[in-house]
Structure formats: structure tokens, C-alpha cells
Design a protein. Structure first.
Length: 128
């Protein structure tokens, strides 16, 4: 069985002159599949506990199969990250268990977004 793709880093930037904010998932290995949708609240995978989020609207990203830790269990991705960009206010790692990595983006409002892939990267641009 091939190794599970690992997200080793998350980067984000505001591109105000181009009209969007971008978040990038740097992936080691093949790119995982993903599902992206707006959710009314963000909960921690497993516990179901509601998570404190930056922003007022939430875009949930589920990467499968994927993980944010190495084979020894060391996590590269954890917790809440406040960004304060025009639309992308921050993100939270909501779960990393059994090949499912869940990351929620906190946005200022419900806006359009686009998803793209490059070798070793998945990116999401949200209209700003």
C-alpha cells in the first residue's frame, strides 16, 4: 500500500490587487482527494466539540487520504492560525485521523472560491 500523502505546511497570502486571498497546502507524496463546502459551525473530528474560529463564515476542507503528521506521530499541522486578511481571517486544523485531514477556513463572508492543483500543492483562492 502506498504511503498516505502528508500535508507538511500550510501557507497563506492576501492578493488584494488581484481580488483574492489564497491558502496553499504543501503536500508530500501524491495529491489527495478533497471535498470543500461551507458549514454553519466547525467541530473537531472525533469529539464533535465546537471549535472557536476566526471569521464569520466557514469553509471546510476535507483531504482524503491525507495526514498532517509523520509516521512517528509528530504533527506538522495543529491548532488555530489567525491571519486577518481581507476575506481569509484564519484557519483551524479540525482533525487528523485515519487518513482524513480536516481544515476549516474562517472567512469574513460567503464568497466564491476556486481550487487548483500544482505539483505538490493544492490551493484555494477566495474572492476578497
Amino acid at each position: 500500500m502506498p504511503p498516505v500523502p502528508r500535508v507538511v505546511r500550510i501557507r497563506a497570502a492576501a492578493h488584494s490587487s488581484e481580488g483574492f486571498d489564497r491558502i496553499v497546502f504543501d503536500v508530500e507524496g501524491r495529491l489527495p482527494g478533497y471535498e470543500i463546502r461551507y458549514v454553519p459551525v466547525v467541530v473537531a473530528d472525533g469529539s464533535g466539540k465546537r471549535l472557536a474560529m476566526p471569521g464569520r463564515r466557514y469553509l471546510q476542507v476535507v483531504l482524503r487520504p491525507a495526514q498532517g503528521h509523520d509516521d512517528e506521530g509528530e504533527h506538522a499541522l495543529t491548532g488555530r492560525h489567525d491571519l486577518g486578511f481581507p476575506m481569509l481571517k484564519g484557519y483551524v486544523v479540525a482533525g487528523d485521523f485515519e487518513g482524513v485531514l480536516t481544515i476549516a477556513l474562517g472567512l469574513d463572508d460567503v464568497v466564491g472560491y476556486r481550487v487548483g492543483e500544482l505539483p505538490g500543492h493544492i490551493y484555494i483562492d477566495v474572492a476578497a
